[in-house]
Design a protein around this ligand. Structure first.
Ligand code: PMV
Length: 321
């Protein structure tokens, strides 16, 4: 009873920040993202009746404590759904640095979910249901299961808060050119960050406008309208960071080099390049551009002060086993 699954990470255009229900990870607002081709986690799950507890190997190292506990809790959700009693051996590897604004929890919990169900031979579990279970491990993981461009619906009930594809990877040749300004592990991860969202006076305004921004962004994607896309993506990222900076305690993810990149991106767009920025809970800047301008953006980024590395990812497929 074992299976291996691959899941790409994803970058949100309309962000998820804050939950209406922390335990079920029901988000305060719906979100929209694209999967990042080739920025992935590979996970093997082996359900084994002889084990006395779950085991986790992460990037070649045996894990105990918090990482094992989070994986074990997620396996509990799969066990509960399938009435399984076995423990599992989990072997997981990322091909990118963890905790630096490239969501490792998204690809990790997506791959763990798909590998867990596949290893148990649970072909009756639909993609939609798998996205709801992945969500319990990490909200953004729900968006790494469907293919291409993905919307995750906010809802009041577990079964209604699922993710689905709105367009396949070949729909639009967007590229995420990631300016790495730091690869250190972030100080406050999103798991601790979400509960702080409601301590900001700005969160209710951000959430109130989220559906409008999502519709504008979705229509821009479907119409290949880069200018509209760029405006709403940057506005949404700025709104999330405004909430973070005004939470108690305040969370500042931007570094001086992040701002250098953000202002360069705005200048390049004013000069006619199709590029905009978005940042997650970390200092690295995701520069979203069309394939036409990706090489120019990469070249220009590597000349900026504080940019340590530049990575590329086109629109990726969904999780697969
Ligand atoms: O899924 P989590 O708990 O890692 O939260 C992700 C939060 C952001 O990356 C900041 C935004 C998003 O929608 O991906």
């Amino acid at each position: 009873m074992h299976a291996t699954a691959y899941a790409n990470s994803n970058i949100a255009f309309i962000k998820y920040w804050g939950n209406r229900d922390e335990t079920l990870r029901l988000p305060s607002n719906s979100s929209l993202s694209m999967n990042l081709n080739g920025v992935f986690t590979r996970t093997t799950v082996h359900w084994d009746d002889t084990l006395k507890q779950d085991h986790l190997i992460l990037n070649g190292q045996d894990q105990t404590g918090e990482p094992l506990m989070r994986v074990s809790q997620h396996l509990d959700a799969i066990r509960k759904r399938l009435n399984l009693t076995s423990y599992a051996q989990v072997d997981s590897e990322n091909n990118f640095p963890m905790g630096a604004g490239i969501a490792s929890s998204a690809s990790s919990f997506a791959a763990l979910t798909v590998a867990g169900f596949t290893a148990a031979g649970a072909s009756e579990v639909s993609e939609r249901e798998m996205t709801t279970i992945a969500r319990l491990g990490s909200g953004s993981a729900s968006r790494s299961i469907p293919t291409g461009f993905v919307e995750w619906h906010a809802a009041d009930r577990h079964e209604d808060s699922y993710a689905e594809s709105i367009a396949t990877p070949d729909h639009w040749d967007l590229v995420d050119v990631i300016a790495i300004v730091s690869s250190a592990h972030k100080e406050v991860g999103s798991k601790q960050g979400h509960p702080s969202a409601n301590t900001s006076d700005l969160q209710s305004a951000r959430v109130a406008g989220a559906d409008d921004r999502l519709q504008i962004c979705k229509t821009a994607i479907l119409d290949h309208d880069f200018d509209t896309f760029a405006e709403v993506v940057e506005r949404d990222s700025n709104l999330m960071h405004a909430v973070m900076m005004t939470s108690r305690p305040a969370l500042f993810y931007w570094q001086p080099a992040s701002l250098t990149v953000m202002s360069a991106v705005r200048r390049w767009r004013a000069d006619g390049l199709q590029v905009c920025y978005t940042l997650d809970a970390g200092p690295n800047v995701h520069c979203l551009c069309t394939a036409r301008d990706a090489e120019t953006i990469q070249r220009e980024l590597s000349t900026l002060d504080g940019v340590k590395d530049v990575r590329f990812a086109a629109v990726g497929a969904g999780a697969r086993s």
